[in-house]
Design a protein around this ligand. Structure first.
Ligand SMILES: NC(=O)c1ccc[n+]([C@@H]2O[C@H](COP(=O)([O-])OP(=O)(O)OC[C@H]3O[C@@H](n4cnc5c(N)ncnc54)[C@H](O)[C@@H]3O)[C@@H](O)[C@H]2O)c1
Length: 323
């Protein structure tokens, strides 16, 4: 098995799962292995092999690629609003050039691709819940936040194109606000837990009224593996999300409660942080009936339980809470 984005939150959990299932796993990430804290468990396994490199570099990809592997889980991506608002050009280069290189190799060697897309693909379509076949409703190209959505959607087009042309097996999953242990503390759940456990006030954006469908990473890994291995998933897209909507303010309060440190969130306006051209999406809700019917998958971890598991993990791993 090959996993790109190996050092990231979802990639590292996926690698641990694949190793537990008895697979040999080849990970790739731009992060040097000795700095990849998320791979602390995997590093000890004789079945884990790692390549450090940038997926934009064709020579790196060719050195890394294993033609005998059954599956490429392609997760490497720039992630996080702040990053793609800062440098949309790099985001697009990494997404498009990197993925194009992999598609060529997978097509040549008939390796199945599992691609991790995003709920951002739907943009601000107001008609929630979203089915996989629903429209994309996006803002102007002068608004940088849409670069992430567009680059992921373009990769989906590339994958459908090659699947229809040559039959290269591929499946796509669209995640909805995944959180859990090991997440970089720049997202609402991870940042609130990180700050609360360090006795710092979590930030509460725009009154916390927007809702999200927060999905625990353990649930997502199970869905990813099903989508990558089930024959009925070939040539298909699946929403992988917990359909229960929760207000962001409630999530921040749950993080504070489970951390039991008594800090009080501070109010922040997203305009202050990202500038006036930032366009937020009020609601993002998945219709997960397709994943349920075809893959037998559904998210089973409540937000409160998932936050409790994440807080416990952070307490048990002090390296995560260091500055
Ligand atoms: N976490 C979520 O809520 C969420 C939602 C929708 C989609 N996704 C997708 O899931 C995947 C994994 O996300 P995550 O939450 O684990 O994010 P993450 O940031 O923890 O992991 C992404 C990894 O990609 C690596 N990477 C970035 N650029 C690279 C490059 N040029 N070459 C090699 N490696 C590179 C990073 O170093 C990082 O380790 C991504 O494709 C992301 O777009 C995540």
């Amino acid at each position: 098995m090959m996993v790109t984005g190996a050092a990231g939150m979802i990639g590292s959990h996926l690698i641990d799962r694949l190793l537990r299932d008895g697979h040999t796993v080849h990970g790739l990430d731009i992060v040097p292995l000795d700095q990849a804290n998320n791979l602390r468990e995997a590093r000890g396994s004789p079945n884990f092999h790692y390549t450090q490199g940038d997926i934009r570099d064709k020579a790196t990809i060719e050195r890394y690629f294993r033609p005998e592997a059954s599956t490429l889980y392609h997760l490497a991506s720039v992630v996080g609003v702040r990053h793609y608002m800062e440098d949309p050009l790099s985001l697009i280069d990494i997404a498009i050039i990197g993925t194009r290189n992999f598609i060529g190799l997978c097509e040549k060697h008939n390796v199945r691709i599992l691609f991790t897309s995003t709920s951002e693909v739907y943009g601000r379509n107001p008609a929630v819940p979203w089915k996989e076949s629903d429209d994309r409703v996006l803002g102007a190209t002068s608004v940088d936040r849409w670069s992430y959505s567009t680059s992921k959607a373009l990769i989906e087009h590339m994958l459908f194109g090659v699947y229809r042309k040559s039959g290269m097996p591929m499946s796509i999953v669209r995640f909805f606000n995944v959180y859990g242990p090991r997440q970089n503390p720049i997202y609402v759940v991870s940042q609130s837990i990180y700050r609360a456990l360090r006795n710092e006030a979590p930030e509460l954006y725009d009154g916390g009224r927007q809702t999200r469908c927060f999905t625990y990473v353990g649930d997502v890994i199970d869905g990813v593996v099903r989508a990558a291995t089930d024959a009925r998933a070939v040539g298909e897209i699946f929403n992988l999300g917990n359909p229960t909507e929760v207000a962001i303010g409630d999530v921040v309060r749950l993080c504070v409660e489970h951390s039991a440190t008594g800090v009080t969130p501070i109010a922040v306006r997203s305009e202050q942080k990202y500038g006036a051209v930032y366009e937020d999406i009020e609601r993002r809700v998945p219709d997960v009936s397709k994943a349920h019917e075809r893959l037998g998958w559904r998210a089973t971890t409540s937000v409160s339980d998932g936050i409790a598991l994440t807080v416990k993990w952070a307490r048990d791993n002090p390296w995560y809470l260091s500055p």
